[in-house]
Design a protein around this ligand. Structure first.
Ligand SMILES: C[S@@+](CC[C@H](N)C(=O)[O-])C[C@H]1O[C@@H](n2cnc3c(N)ncnc32)[C@H](O)[C@@H]1O
Length: 302
C-alpha cells in the first residue's frame, strides 16, 4: 500500500530528510520509497510503499516521527459514491482518502525546549530546575533543539529493534537525549560543560563530562550516535574534529546523524570521506532563517 506522508509545516522543504526518517524508522518492515503518488499537486508530501500486512506494526511507530506530521492512505471509494465530494480520482479510479495518523500536537508542544524543565547546576554548585532552559547567547552555549529535529536525528540512527547503545556526544540541554530515552536503547551523553551533568543524568542518560574529540568509551561500543554540535565559527570546527573519535566508538553497521550549520557541511563530508562511513543523507534545512543541514552515515567494513 502507498502511504501519503505530510511533512510538518516548519520543515516543509526538507522532504529528503522526512523520507529518510520514515524509511529508517520502518527499516525492518520492507518499506520502499516511491517517486509518484496521489495529491502530487500539494506541497510537502512524499510517498512510501509498505506491505499491507505490516501496517498495524508500522502504525505503532508513527507517534515517534519528527518531520512527518500526518499519514493518509487511499481506499477504493464505495460503489455508487463517485459524486461524493470526498471522492478522489487517481489513475482514473475513484478513491477516498483515509487518515491513519495525525500527530498529537499537545505532546510535541509539551516536548519543546520552552515548555520542558532542565536541572542546571549554578556556579555555587546549587541545582535548579529551570523551565525553558535554552543556554545563553554566548557563542557555543546556545541550546535546546526543537523536539521535531531531535526526534528525526534519533529515528535516523536507531537500530531496527529499537535496542542497543546510543550516544549524544554534544548533549547540551538534552533534547536528543529526551527523545532517545523513550526507546529501549541504553542512552549515554557527553558534554564539556559540567553545569549540564546533573540535568543530563536526571533526563535518564548515563552522562560523562567529556570532550567529544576524546571520548571515555571503548572502540566499537555504540550502535547509534546523534548530535547537534556547536554551530558558531569559533567552536564549530569541533564537529569535524570529533568525527574520527565518533567513528572509533561506533560499531560496524551502526549509524551516525548530525544536525549542523550549513557552513559545517562541507568540512564534515570531507572528514567522513576518509573513514569507513557511507553517507546516506545530506539535506539542507531552514530553522526560522538559520541555515542548517542534516547529515547521516552508516559505518561499513574497512
Ligand atoms: C548546540 S549545543 C547542543 C544542544 C543540544 N542538542 C540541546 O538540545 O540542548 C552544543 C553543545 O556542545 C557542547 N560542546 C562544545 N564543544 C564540545 C566538545 N568539544 N565536546 C563536547 N561537548 C562540546 C557545548 O557545551 C554545547 O552544550
Amino acid at each position: 500500500m502507498k502511504l501519503i506522508c505530510h511533512i510538518r509545516e516548519a520543515r516543509n522543504k526538507a522532504a529528503n530528510a522526512a523520507r529518510a526518517e520514515l524509511l529508517a524508522l520502518l527499516r525492518n518492515y520492507d518499506v520502499q520509497p516511491s517517486d509518484h503518488g496521489p495529491m502530487s499537486d500539494r506541497p510537502a508530501i512524499f510517498w512510501i510503499e509498505l506491505p499491507d500486512q505490516l501496517l498495524p506494526m508500522a502504525e505503532q511507530r508513527f507517534p515517534l516521527l519528527g518531520y512527518t506530521s500526518a499519514i493518509d492512505i487511499l481506499e477504493p471509494a464505495p460503489t455508487g459514491s463517485s459524486r461524493r465530494k470526498d471522492v478522489f480520482r487517481y489513475h482514473g479510479k475513484p478513491y477516498i482518502v483515509r487518515s491513519i495518523y495525525r500527530e498529537d500536537e499537545e505532546l510535541i508542544r509539551a516536548e519543546s525546549p520552552d515548555k520542558r524543565e532542565f536541572l542546571l547546576t549554578s556556579v555555587d554548585g546549587r541545582k535548579n530546575l529551570i523551565k525553558g532552559y535554552r543556554g545563553t547567547d554566548t557563542p557555543g552555549k546556545r541550546r535546546g533543539l526543537p523536539a521535531c529535529d531531535a526526534r528525526l536525528l534519533v529515528n535516523l540512527v536507531t537500530p531496527h529493534d529499537q535496542k542497543g547503545k546510543f550516544l549524544d556526544p554534544f548533549a547540551g540541554a538534552g533534547s536528543i537525549v529526551q527523545q532517545a530515552v523513550q526507546s529501549d536503547m541504553s542512552v549515554f551523553s557527553c558534554d564539556m560543560d559540567e553545569t549540564l551533568s546533573a540535568g543530563l543524568t536526571w533526563l535518564g542518560s548515563e552522562h560523562r563530562v567529556s570532550d567529544a574529540r576524546n571520548l571515555p568509551f571503548d572502540s566499537n561500543s555504540f550502535d547509534a550516535i546523534a548530535a547537534e554540535p556547536p554551530f558558531d565559527r569559533r567552536h564549530g570546527h569541533a564537529a569535524a574534529s570529533s568525527i574520527p573519535e565518533l567513528n572509533r566508538v561506533l560499531v560496524q553497521g551502526g549509524r551516525l546523524a548530525i544536525l549542523c550549520a550549513r557552513w559545517q557541511t562541507k568540512e564534515l563530508l570531507s572528514v567522513t570521506d576518509d573513514l569507513p562511513l557511507t553517507n546516506m543523507l545530506s539535506c539542507p534545512i531552514d530553522r526560522k532563517g538559520l541555515k542548517c543541514s542534516i547529515l547521516s552515515w552508516e559505518k561499513h567494513a574497512y
